[in-house]
Design a protein around this ligand. Structure first.
Ligand SMILES: [Zn+2]
Ligand SMILES: [Zn+2]
Ligand SMILES: [Zn+2]
Length: 379
């Protein structure tokens, strides 16, 4: 969805206004300063200059600084603000096949996805009427959930494979996380789930810096990602994973999807202290953190449920034509699961929440973090 409110907030992804503090102001140097000094200017301790507003042009929106025209097609349901010049490596998330095989539906998230989504809602404390931005929204499933209860959701992703309902109900932008095409303080509430681990260290730093500008002085950013750490509890999880791999080799579990999801992990965050350093460099600090030790999730979701699903798939395959239906269901906009299955999954979700309630204080790699601008660094 493209609303007038969204068009008020967007900006050229690569162009910074000439104004700024005595360190980052570049009056009169035009687009040359954007192209050559982007990192230094955007990363200025003052918070950096704002990004350049786009003006109307034939067929789209035009940046008065770099003169690029970003086409605007209301039918598409999203604004394409991907930088026209390369800003770094592109992840597998830009691969259509990869997206399709993840099999998103527009039903509310369940199981561990719901645990993460509800942690996001709790830590950001979203109120009706507020807007929230999903950084790396994928198909838009979580944005649809975040947008329930009177909250307005917006999402940004580099690949345009959005759910049809997300294209209707969520403010969608096609863009690069390292060059957010938004004005300063456009979204005081934002979140990013399962995204930072896909970026290299420089990329994580850039995303945090860009988020800092878009959040504004009183903003909050929720993240779910992981540091390369582990807890004594993780030994249990590794045991379950080993068992799952063994069952995968025996054909009793589909291990492929999980392996694919993790296939382009860069895991740049070495420790929680390292993450704090990256945040500080971007003018942010960790206000709240909760760890995610997956004990119930490992048993229920990674083992029992996958055994059950694979048994179902084998049964369907034995039934012949039902197999073709299974393939179709794996595409974007697949039908939602039945009511009994949803009720069971909701009950299991509550069980999975115990992982956070009981073990959330035990330091380990995966974590939920609430970030805010560091005091004294008000943009
Ligand atoms: Zn400055
Ligand atoms: Zn420029
Ligand atoms: Zn521009």
């Amino acid at each position: 969805m493209i609303s007038p409110g969204l068009l008020e907030r967007v900006a050229c992804p690569v162009c910074l206004e000439p104004g700024g503090c005595k360190h980052c102001a570049r009056g009169g140097s035009g687009h040359r300063a954007c192209a050559a000094e982007y990192a230094a200017r955007a990363g200025c301790p003052c918070g950096g200059p704002d990004k350049v507003r786009l003006g109307p042009a034939a067929g789209g929106l035009q940046c008065p600084c770099c003169a690029v025209v970003y086409p605007l097609d209301p039918e598409a349901g999203y604004v394409d603000l991907v930088p026209r010049t390369a800003v770094g490596e592109v992840t597998q998330y830009a691969d259509h096949e990869f997206h399709e095989r993840l099999g998103a539906t527009d039903a509310p998230p369940l199981l561990s996805a719901r645990v993460k989504a509800d942690m996001m809602r709790r830590m950001l404390a979203l109120a009706p009427g507020e807007s929230v931005l999903d950084l790396g929204c994928g198909a838009g499933k979580l944005a649809l959930y975040a947008g329930s209860g009177g909250v307005r959701a917006a999402g940004l992703d580099v690949a345009p494979f959005f759910l049809p309902r997300a294209a209707r109900e969520v403010e969608l932008v096609l863009g690069d996380l390292r060059r957010l095409p938004f004005r300063k303080a456009a979204f005081p509430r934002a979140y990013s789930l399962d995204v930072l681990e896909h970026l290299d260290e420089a990329g994580v730093g850039e995303v945090l810096l860009e988020a800092r500008r878009v959040l504004g002085p009183d903003g909050r950013l929720f993240v779910y990602t992981h540091a390369m750490e582990s807890s004594w509890l993780a030994r249990f999880q590794r045991g379950v994973n080993r068992l799952a791999r063994r069952l995968g080799r025996a054909g009793l579990i589909d291990h492929e999807r999980e392996a694919m999801r993790k296939s382009d992990h860069r895991n740049a965050i070495r420790s929680h202290e390292h993450f704090e350093t990256l945040c500080a460099a971007a003018g942010l600090e960790v206000a709240e953190r909760r760890y995610y030790n997956v004990v119930f999730k490992a048993v229920v979701e990674d083992l029992l449920l996958r055994l059950y699903q694979q048994a179902g798939r084998r049964k369907a395959a034995a039934g012949g034509p039902a197999h073709a239906h299974g393939r179709a269901a794996a595409t974007i906009g697949a039908p939602a699961p039945g009511r009994a299955a949803v009720a069971l999954a909701l009950a299991l979700t509550w069980l999975l929440k115990l992982d956070v309630v009981l073990f959330g204080g035990i330091r380990t790699g995966p974590f939920f973090g609430l970030l805010r601008p560091r005091p004294g660094e008000r943009a």
